[in-house]
Design a protein around this ligand. Structure first.
Ligand SMILES: Cc1cc2nc3c(=O)[nH]c(=O)nc-3n(C[C@H](O)[C@H](O)[C@H](O)COP(=O)(O)OP(=O)(O)OC[C@H]3O[C@@H](n4cnc5c(N)ncnc54)[C@H](O)[C@@H]3O)c2cc1C
Length: 475
């Protein structure tokens, strides 16, 4: 049965409620294996362990299993399967739809699976299923190597990779899924398999964009590239349409070595931003140029000619971009919609840029439009080659609004919905940036042919839909 909670997220109920005694009995075999790593709500650390990055309406699991091995994962899956308990798999816990939590069910917490093995000779980084992007980036950086994830170190390598992975290096190196060489997966029936181009290629295809639908990924083998120093950091401009259009065109018409994102947002009242801009829309870019210093100087020269009010761009180790918490503070609430704009030769013009600035200034509160250039290596991959099929767009656009409390969420959602419609981004979306997980969201994340193929793979590997706390591909 499919249910929607107050955030519009669809969850699949696997069972009627068990009595407390029946629940204890069901969990007993797992408690015998995990000891105090099986946390129930009476445990001191339960609340902290069962929290995820995004705040909002509360979901309370029955237990959290802090697993350390494929055997322990297989045992936990058997308990969930046999007792009909809803199951959530949690890695970095950053998904905005709070997939890592499930009401009345079992959370498989992968955070103790945090090993990283960097193999410079093979050019491969091997990450266990609970590794965070920042930890992997630091380990690879110690060898002068890197794999591209997003822009925030606290995001889980598991979640970002399985959904796609768009970040600083994507226009040059492709998405994170384009650099996934293989994975070790614990399937719903407890079998441990390898998925790559030769073994279980159908599963390997589905893992590259299909999210957590197909099993628990305990190891990801990722292609490394050489990268020590980049030119990067933050730049900010006052909100002029010609500035925004030029900044965006510097990406879309420029070097693939330039990556990052541009936010049009209300400037918060912080000392680093000039006081006259507080509470007004500003253009804030987080940038990374992974080419030579001379090539970077040419690109940033263009951007500096636009007269930034803040310029923190400098030469730095690539790892420097992932240090510190990054991103907004945990526990924040709000809503967001993501979609894609343009294709082929389309580039954002001043009229389009003016609409973006106007939307943010009229939002009536903290809101942002986040713009990321696609293209380059992302667009050179055949849309059928991976389950991430949105290969042709020019820009990925996220419209978001913060909510100070749960009561304000519906109003934030209404603004987000109407603004997303106005920008024509309601029809296709990025599964990693979806705050809700309705059936329509799943159809937006995957074109029809991709979704049909994902269903086939789901029927082969998880026919009873054990892995349902995600953007669910029904078998
Ligand atoms: C501050 C912030 C910044 C972000 N920046 C970017 C960015 O720059 N680029 C980008 O592409 N995305 C970005 N994201 C989105 C992010 O990629 C997704 O939220 C992603 O799902 C987070 O992964 P996680 O492991 O932290 O999350 P979780 O909530 O733990 O997991 C998300 C989903 O993946 C599944 N999953 C995770 N690990 C595994 C595993 N090992 N095996 C099986 N299933 C698994 C879970 O079951 C769940 O369905 C950002 C999110 C935040 C909050």
């Amino acid at each position: 049965m499919a249910l929607q909670d107050s955030t519009g997220t669809t969850s699949v109920t696997r069972t009627t409620q068990l009595s407390p005694e029946a629940l204890d009995d069901a969990l007993a075999p797992l408690a015998a294996i995990l000891g105090d790593r099986l946390l129930t709500p009476s445990a001191d650390e339960f609340a902290e362990t069962a929290a995820v990055f995004v705040g909002g309406p509360v979901r309370t699991p029955t237990a959290v299993a802090r697993v350390r091995s494929t055997d322990e994962i297989a045992a936990a899956l058997a308990v969930a399967r046999d007792a009909g308990l809803p199951l959530a798999v949690r890695s970095g816990g950053h998904h905005q739809a709070r997939h890592g939590l499930v009401d009345g069910g079992l959370v498989l917490d992968l955070r103790l699976l945090d090993g990283v093995d960097i193999d410079p000779a093979a050019g491969v980084g091997r990450a266990q299923g609970g590794v965070l992007a920042g930890a992997y980036t630091a380990a690879a950086g110690a060898h002068g190597l890197a794999t591209g994830f997003g822009d925030t170190g606290s995001v889980g390598v598991g979640g970002i990779t399985l959904g796609g992975g768009i970040g600083y290096l994507s226009r040059h190196d492709g998405l994170t899924v384009d650099n996934l060489l293989g994975a070790e997966v614990v399937l719903a029936d407890g079998r441990v398999v390898r998925a790559d181009a030769d073994e279980h290629p159908d599963l390997f295809w589905a893992l590259r964009g299909g999210g957590g639908n197909f099993g628990v990924v305990t190891r990801l083998d990722l292609r490394l590239r050489e990268l020590r120093t980049v030119t990067g950091g933050m730049m900010m401009w006052a909100p002029a349409p010609e500035t925004l259009a030029t900044v965006l065109r510097t990406f879309t018409e420029g070097s693939e070595e330039l990556g990052g994102m541009v936010n049009v947002m209300m400037a918060p009242p912080v000392p680093m931003i000039p006081a006259e801009l507080h509470g007004t829309p500003v253009i804030m870019a987080l940038l990374c140029h992974s080419g030579t210093a001379a090539a970077a100087a040419e690109v940033f020269g263009r951007l500096r000619a636009l007269g930034p009010v803040l310029d923190g761009v400098q030469e730095m180790p690539y790892t420097g971009l992932f240090e510190g918490p990054g991103g907004p503070p945990p526990g924040g609430m709000g809503d967001a919609r993501t979609g894609f704009v343009g294709a082929g030769a389309w580039t954002p013009d001043e009229a389009w840029a003016a609409d973006v600035i106007q939307a943010v200034s009229g939002a009536g509160g903290p809101a942002a439009v986040n713009l990321r250039a696609m293209g380059g290596a992302i667009g050179r991959v055949d849309p059928a080659a991976t389950a991430f099929a949105h290969r042709d767009p020019t820009l990925m656009v996220t419209v978001g609004k913060f909510a100070p409390d749960v009561e304000s969420l519906p109003a934030a959602s209404a603004w987000v919905e109407s603004t997303a419609r106005a920008f024509g981004i309601s029809g296709r979306g990025y599964v990693n940036f979806m705050g809700t997980a309705t059936e329509q969201d799943v159809r937006n994340a995957y074109p029809e042919a991709t979704l049909a193929r994902l269903r086939e793979v789901k029927r082969a590997y998880d026919p009873h839909n054990l892995f349902a706390s995600n953007h669910n591909v029904a078998p």
